[in-house]
Design a protein around this ligand. Structure first.
Ligand code: CA
Length: 229
């Protein structure tokens, strides 16, 4: 699955190179030439990954990173810093301010694509295309297939995303609003009880193989996926 990527970079050459290569890797790239523009764009978009150049005109990449980490909306967003060669001390500072990773210029776009995949796997495993398996359930994001004990199960698109998120975050309780943020996204306005509707549908879809009990209601808190149910 392609990620929405915000690239904050002032060098046109790197902007073009990354737009092209990340686009070929299936990602959608939005470019901001400086931190101010990035903050403007972030008011209406919530990217899956932010690539942040260290040296920017005006507010530096590191200052922007710090600011984003103080904002509850971007606390969890993977940030990869792009640094120039020889800024070893800066790298440490970068990681201390909350960046997930850094990559030194000049870098190969292939390496950057691999780093993006790695941070997504860590921060947002439901964004990757790795098949997941738990408690006899198997979900393949590439073929969009779900099986229970090798028997095919029929899931709607929302139920599929919901199950993918649950399977990549087992044994954790999520409130309805957390599930809305993670599975539906910030941009959509949906009522919290919509979550209950889709949980019911998901359980129904998993019932032919007896896997509906893996999706548990945690009274007063929300829902949890537990393969050891
Ligand atoms: Ca720069």
């Amino acid at each position: 699955m392609g990620a929405q990527i915000l690239l904050v970079e002032d060098e046109p050459g790197i902007q073009e190179l990354l737009k092209l290569n990340l686009g070929q890797a299936g990602h959608a790239v939005t470019v901001a030439g400086d931190a101010e523009r990035a903050l403007q764009l972030l008011q209406n978009a919530n990217p899956d990954v932010i690539l942040l150049d260290w040296m920017l005109p005006g507010l530096s990449g590191i200052a922007l990173c710090q600011r984003l980490r103080q904002d509850s909306r971007y606390k969890q967003t993977p940030i990869i810093m792009l640094t120039a060669k020889g800024e070893e001390r800066d790298k440490v500072a970068g990681l201390e301010t909350g960046a997930d990773d850094y990559i030194t210029k000049p870098f190969s776009p292939k390496e950057l694509v691999a780093r993006i995949k790695a941070v997504l796997r860590r921060r947002a495993p439901q964004m990757t295309e790795d098949p997941v398996e738990a408690g006899g359930l198997k979900l393949d994001p590439v073929s969009h297939r779900v099986t229970g004990n090798t028997q095919p199960l029929d899931l709607g698109p929302t139920e599929f995303r919901l199950l993918h998120f649950f399977m990549t975050h087992p044994e954790r309780v999520f409130s309805r609003s957390q599930l809305l943020d993670q599975v539906w996204g910030d941009d959509v306005f949906v009522e919290e009880r919509t979550v209950d509707v889709h949980i019911r549908r998901l359980r129904l879809a998993l019932s032919p193989t007896g896997h509906e009990n893996l999706v548990q209601t945690v009274r007063g808190s929300g829902y949890r996926f537990s393969p050891v149910a």
